[in-house]
Design a protein around this ligand. Structure first.
Ligand code: PEP
Ligand code: MN
Length: 264
């Protein structure tokens, strides 16, 4: 298989306009769960940049559990992300939730995110397989490693070999945390595949207090990057406030994580 180490023994390094993912350095993607307004996103991007991140994250198309929850600003949100890139130089990673939106998201994003709920949306996987932009593929809500690797294969088999895995926790019998962050997946994916893997400790735990310790553990386990939810004012966030870092806790996390990654 194209995704496997046997097929491609050397690690794949994905170059996003000069930012390398998978070359042994640590890449950080930070920002709010959802793009809520131009002001909120620009403020988040400035904080993300000052802390040392390379990417601004933020959903413009939101796959919400409830149909009554905020669904995202769609193309307007993409425009705010592009404005944040313009203002800060950060790259943009944002989710695409449906086949019809792939062209417009690809027009604005540097990396397209496939969310956990769409990991086995095979039409969507094939569609992003036909574009020339990196794709970050989140692990499904209860996906095995084999199912996840096969999802990446769907993208690669269409011609796009720039795939980044993202471990974001899986459903287990534990209910204290939102998901169970499976850091053993980092070591397993590194063995089974040549593709880079980043870790999302925000969705992986659902609790902001656990984001820093799990980020440190992810870096120690060999993750190529982190994707972190951070909001200028988490108490006012339209989604995922309880797992979002404040600007202060984000800065504190970055100081320790960058120290560790320099040491590794
Ligand atoms: C997100 O990154 O905001 C998100 C919806 O994540 P996931 O698909 O992992 O739930
Ligand atoms: Mn979120």
């Amino acid at each position: 298989k194209l995704v496997s180490r046997e097929f491609h023994p050397q690690p794949t390094v994905i170059d996003v306009d000069g930012i390398k993912i998978g070359d042994g350095s640590l890449v950080v993607m930070a920002g709010p769960c959802a793009v809520e307004s131009k002001e909120q996103l620009l403020e988040a991007a400035q904080i993300a940049k000052a802390g040392g991140a390379q990417f601004i994250r933020g959903g413009a198309y939101k796959p919400r559990t409830s149909p009554y929850s905020f669904q995202g600003l769609e193309e307007l949100g993409l425009k705010y992300l592009a404005a944040a890139r313009e203002a800060t130089g950060l790259k943009v990673v944002t989710e695409v939730t449906e086949v019809e939106a792939v062209p417009v998201v690809a027009e604005y994003a540097d990396v397209l995110q496939i969310g956990a709920r769409n990991m086995q949306n095979f039409r969507l996987l094939k569609e992003v397989g036909r574009i020339d932009k990196p794709v970050m593929l989140k692990r499904g809500l209860s996906a095995t490693l084999d199912e996840w690797l096969n999802a990446a294969e769907y993208i690669m088999s269409e011609g796009n070999s720039k795939v980044i895995f993202c471990e974001r926790g899986i459903r287990t019998y534990e209910t204290y945390t939102r998901n169970t962050l499976d850091l053993s997946a980092v070591a397993a994916i590194k063995h089974l595949s040549h593709l880079p893997i980043v870790v999302d400790p925000s969705h992986g735990t659902g609790k902001w207090r656990m984001v820093k310790p799990m980020s440190i553990a992810a870096v120690a386990a060999g993750a190529d990057g982190l994707i972190i939810e951070m909001h200028p004012n988490p108490a006012k966030a339209l989604s995922d406030g309880p797992q979002s870092l404040t600007p202060e806790s984000y800065k504190d996390l970055m100081q320790d994580v960058l120290k560790l990654s320099n040491f590794m």
